[in-house]
Design a protein around this ligand. Structure first.
Ligand code: NAD
Ligand code: UGA
Length: 448
């Protein structure tokens, strides 16, 4: 079995960058990315890509028009018919209604992909789960495919993606591991051969299907748990006079723990941690493992609490109807993505408390951000840091954009004359940064 032609359904934060890197690294393989969102496809075909990722534009530039195409899903049918391998890279959000609402993954987009594939293909096809899916979803996909198409032969593989936003291209070009789960060793090998074009084969882990599906959820749950662990400690630090950055340094120097992912923050965000932990919780409940479900539920609870207590401190520091500047809307630096960003909840808490909010973020589309917020009439956008902080009663840093770490606060003393509090929700302002006098400066996990 050999993969010469690939189709990927879903041109989002994963499908777009992942396929661009595959096309870039495998010039002999034809890669077509299809999506039902025509606006997104048009953006992938323009100079203004729908996803901001360092290095992405260069990769797309090299491969697009050579062996990389972006098409709407109707125009992509011919490519689908010809493909040897079809990646499913669509969204798997938390269900909002029906059984499992609020926890289980909504597989309707995945199911519609399976029906779309079944409707159009014949011959032998490798169907690859790239989206994050609950364990045993491959069973469901296979059932839909075979029920709706008796002519084609399908092999299902699970190849979950581990890239992090902001470093997606680096993560794809130099992954710590690639995971491929499957039953048919020939199909598994065909996909291994694709990645082996640029990834050291020793980093390509092959497992059973269910292990691959569960490993992805488990990996995200462990990462989210680490952030909630350090954030829970940040609250203890604030009460006791210990300093979270010092504590994290000590914990992280133990090689069994390691230094990464121990940065206290306003709470984790992003489209995946919360939904994947919730999905795991639902799986545990479905398999009658309430103790395990409860254990993981705490990771979410601490995260919600961290956001709330941060907002509460700001609310307590400003006069009624006062104004707060929010620096950073993205859920982390180097991305325009604000899905599940801590800033959404924090801004909402401030607005609900009757405060006015003025925000600045170098990449996030403010109009999109403000959609869905209540009392959004009291939320405004600023074109720069200087405009955002002018005359406010408090400033909160919610994203670790480098430009916030290097703000010269003393220079802004006149604009900050009404300001009671600068709250660094990312602990990025250097501890020795000169500050205007009589201004209360607070860090996460540091008392005072
Ligand atoms: P996304 O919302 O950015 O993109 C999904 C795309 O799929 C959308 O453009 C949507 O229009 C398209 N789509 C949905 N149903 C379709 C259909 N039937 N036909 C054609 N197109 C369809 O999502 P994303 O962030 O790329 O995430 C995709 C999956 O990857 C999720 O399961 C997520 O958990 C997982 N994942 C995401 C990341 C990340 O950093 N964003 C990292 C690893 C894994
Ligand atoms: C995460 C995982 O890191 C990826 O491996 C995974 O593929 C991806 O989820 C996914 O499945 O979607 P991502 O959400 O893009 O990637 O970004 P992270 O770097 O993991 O950050 C997640 C959140 O945790 C951010 O809000 C970040 O600011 C926060 N965080 C991270 C902290 O608060 N402290 C830390 O020490 C690390």
């Amino acid at each position: 079995m050999k993969i010469n032609k690939i189709v990927c359904i879903g041109a989002g934060y994963v499908g777009g960058p992942t396929m661009a890197v595959i096309a870039d690294r495998c010039p002999h393989v034809d890669v077509t990315v299809i999506d039902m969102n025509e606006v997104r496809i048009a953006a992938w075909n323009s100079s203004s890509l729908p996803v901001y990722e360092p290095g992405l534009a260069e990769v797309v530039q090299r491969a697009r028009g050579r062996n990389l195409k972006f098409l709407n899903h109707i125009d992509g049918v011919q490519a689908l018919k010809e493909a040897d391998a079809i990646f499913i890279s669509v969204n798997t959000p938390t269900k909002t209604h029906g059984p499992g609402a609020g926890k289980a993954s909504d597989l309707s987009y995945v199911e519609s992909c399976a029906r779309f594939i079944a409707q159009h293909v014949s011959g032998q096809k490798i169907v690859i789960e790239k989206s994050t899916m609950p364990v045993r979803t491959a069973e469901l996909i296979k059932e839909i495919l075979t029920h709706n198409n008796s002519q084609a032969k399908f092999d299902i593989l699970s190849n979950p993606e581990f890239l992090a936003e902001g470093t997606a291209i680096r993560d794809l070009e130099k992954p710590e591991r690639v995971l491929i789960g499957g039953e048919n060793s020939e199909a598994v090998q065909a996909l291994v051969d694709i990645y082996a074009q640029w990834v050291d084969p020793r980093l390509i882990i092959t497992t059973g299907l269910w292990s691959a599906e569960l490993s992805k959820l488990a990996a995200n749950a462990f990462l989210a748990q680490r952030v909630s662990s350090i954030n829970s400690m940040s609250a203890v630090c604030e009460k006791t006079g210990a300093n979270i950055d010092e504590v994290a340094k000590v914990i992280g120097t133990d090689s069994r723990v390691g230094p990464k992912f121990l940065k206290a923050s306003v709470g984790f965000g992003g489209s995946c941690f919360k939904k994947d932990v919730l999905s795991l919780i639902y799986i545990c409940e479905s398999y009658a493992l309430p103790e395990v479900a409860h254990y993981w539920q705490q990771v979410i609870e601490i995260n919600e609490w961290q956001k709330k207590r941060f907002a509460q401190k700001i609310i307590e520091s400003v006069p009624p109807h006062g104004t707060v500047a929010i620096l950073g809307l993205a859920f982390k630096k180097e991305t325009n993505d604000f899905r599940e960003s801590a800033s959404i909840d924090i801004v909402q808490h401030l607005l609900q408390a009757g405060l006015k909010v003025i925000s600045y973020d170098p990449k996030v589309n403010f109009t999109e951000f403000a959609k869905g917020l209540q009392k959004a009439e009291n939320l405004k956008s600023a074109s720069s840091i200087a405009v955002a902080i002018n005359g406010v009663h408090a400033v909160a840093i919610l994203t670790e954009w480098p430009e916030f770490a290097s703000i010269n606060w003393q220079e802004f003393a006149p604009q900050l004359k009404n300001c009671n509090l600068i709250y660094d929700g990312r602990n990025i302002v250097p501890v020795d940064a000169p500050l205007p006098p009589k201004l209360n400066f607070q860090r996460i996990g540091v008392s005072g």
